[in-house]
Every structure is written in structure tokens, then in C-alpha cells.
Design a protein around this ligand. Structure first.
Ligand SMILES: CC(C)(COP(=O)(O)OP(=O)(O)OC[C@H]1O[C@@H](n2cnc3c(N)ncnc32)[C@H](O)[C@@H]1OP(=O)(O)O)[C@@H](O)C(=O)NCCC(=O)NCCS
Length: 167
């Protein structure tokens, strides 16, 4: 049997709960061993509830896209303008659907949008210890541009690479 191709569509307010649910599952699958559970809980509480996502979405420069397979939310991707550059800000694929090309397709769609807006490249920030994501980003055309370590309060830091993909 051939798998159904994914359907891509913009996030709508009625999707907020399921996006929060997917984000929480992906974070809990990905980040233990990379950051502490206290930092996971703190960042999820700050960013992943319907109110915070609604506010994120309300900003003019945001582009938030969902991928569904067989009618189920499988992945999401969010981009924004950031200090004059185009940033891939969120990319999360359901743990049961990773390594099937969905992340790559969402990156390609984000890149197409950035290109159509006239940006020469696209950037993202990824935790230095997130080897799986770094490998995926390299595969899809990004390379490491710089290393940053940003304090985010509560004694937590985001110890990231900034990666860049030419368009
Ligand atoms: C990183 C992520 C978005 C990539 O999306 P994806 O749909 O899994 O990736 P694709 O199928 O497009 O690309 C596959 C590549 O990703 C990497 N990859 C994905 N899953 C992997 C895994 N379980 N183990 C090792 N590498 C993996 C590999 O480089 C792989 O290429 P390969 O199969 O030729 O080795 C996805 O794995 C994910 O959501 N991870 C958890 C959340 C996360 O870290 N998000 C990024 C935050 S900055």
C-alpha cells in the first residue's frame, strides 16, 4: 500500500490545542539528555499553550504551516523575520513519523517562501547537542554559521548553533 502524501495547510485557531499537544510530545521525546527536565517544563510552559501560540501567530510576519498525514497532525513549521533575516523558528515532526522526509518538505516550503520574499538565505537556531536535528538540517542544505549562548531566565541558557541555508 502506498502511503498518502502529506497535506500542507496554514495553522488556524482551531488547531492550537493539537499543535500544543504535538509540541509537548516531540519535546518530551527529544530534549531529555539535551536540556534538563526543569528547562523543558519551563520552556513548554512559556511557549506551548494556546494563548502563547495565539499571540505568536497574531504577529504580522509569522508563517505557520501544518502537515497532516491520513487526516492527523504530523508536523508543524513556523517562520518569522528576525533582525532582517528569515528564520525557521519551529520545526517539529511527530516522533512516529520522523525520518520520512516530512521535515525536509517543510524546510523546502519555508525556503520557497523566504526566496519569494527576496531573502538570500534562511537561518535557524538549534541546540548544539541536538545531533539528530543538526544532521537533518545539514542534509537539507544548512551549515553552521556561528555559536551562541543566550540566557533565557530561571538560570537556563539556550546553547545553540545558528545555521544558515543559502537560497
Ligand atoms: C529534526 C526533524 C525536524 C527532521 O525532520 P524529519 O522529517 O525527521 O527529517 P527528514 O526525513 O526530512 O530528513 C531525514 C534526516 O534527518 C536526520 N534524522 C531524522 N531522524 C533521525 C533519527 N531518528 N536519527 C538520526 N537522524 C535522524 C537524518 O539526517 C536523516 O537523514 P538520513 O535518513 O539520510 O540519515 C525531526 O526529526 C524532529 O522533529 N526532531 C525532533 C524535534 C527537533 O529536534 N526539532 C528541531 C528543533 S531546532
Amino acid at each position: 500500500m502506498t502511503a498518502e502524501p502529506p497535506v500542507f495547510r496554514p495553522l488556524t485557531p482551531s488547531d492550537l490545542e493539537s499543535v500544543v499537544d504535538l509540541a509537548r510530545r516531540v519535546w518530551q521525546d527529544t530534549y531529555p539528555g539535551i536540556i534538563s527536565q526543569a528547562q523543558i517544563d519551563s520552556m513548554l510552559a512559556a511557549r506551548y499553550h494556546p494563548g502563547a501560540l495565539g499571540e505568536y501567530l497574531a504577529a504580522e510576519d509569522r508563517w505557520f504551516e501544518l502537515a497532516e498525514t491520513a487526516g492527523q497532525l504530523a508536523a508543524f513549521c513556523a517562520c518569522e523575520r528576525h533582525c532582517g533575516e528569515y528564520k525557521l523558528d519551529k520545526l517539529y515532526v511527530d516522533p512516529d513519523r520522523q525520518r520520512n522526509g516530512l521535515g525536509g518538505q517543510l524546510i523546502a516550503r519555508a525556503a520557497e517562501r523566504a526566496r519569494s520574499l527576496g531573502f538570500p538565505h534562511m537561518i535557524l537556531a538549534v541546540n548544539k547537542r541536538n545531533a539528530q536535528a543538526i544532521a537533518a538540517y545539514r542534509k537539507h542544505g544548512f551549515s553552521i554559521r556561528e555559536s551562541v549562548c543566550v540566557e533565557i531566565g530561571g538560570g537556563f541558557v539556550m546553547d545553540d548553533y545558528i545555521m544558515q541555508k543559502p537560497l
